[in-house]
Ligand binder design. Structure first.
Ligand code: HEM
Length: 84
């Protein structure tokens, strides 16, 4: 289960990073210098960068905690850590 989560959270984090990195600057530029029509069109899509950031934050937090989770599980199983 853990291996499955590690693999998929890292993959999701890696691939969602691309649209996130593209959409956030686009959203800022549209808001700063977009024409009224562009701004009106963008209003429909405005929540998308926030949703992508939410995915990044959730998967990123898991990746951040991963070394500590692995360490705790090793300790529980009483297997000596390689670098401890
Ligand atoms: C929002 C909060 C975020 C947190 C807490 C976070 C955290 C992390 C962590 C802990 C890693 C793993 C580092 C490692 O194992 O060496 C990682 C990898 C990465 N992060 Fe984030 N991140 C966040 C947002 C972002 C954003 C906004 C982007 C880009 C738009 C991004 C792009 C990446 C990429 C490309 C990797 C490498 C993934 C891989 O190993 O294939 N992250 N992040």
């Amino acid at each position: 289960m853990n291996k499955f989560l590690n693999k998929w959270f890292r993959l999701i984090h890696r691939w969602v990073a691309i649209p996130t990195a593209l959409l956030i600057p686009v959203a800022v530029v549209i808001k700063l210098i977009g024409s009224p029509e562009t701004i009106a069109f963008w209003e429909k899509w405005d929540k998308l960068p926030s949703v992508l950031m939410l995915f990044m934050a959730i998967t990123g937090s898991y990746l951040y905690l991963l070394p500590y989770i692995v360490k705790a599980q090793r300790k529980q199983r009483n297997v000596p850590a390689r670098n401890a």
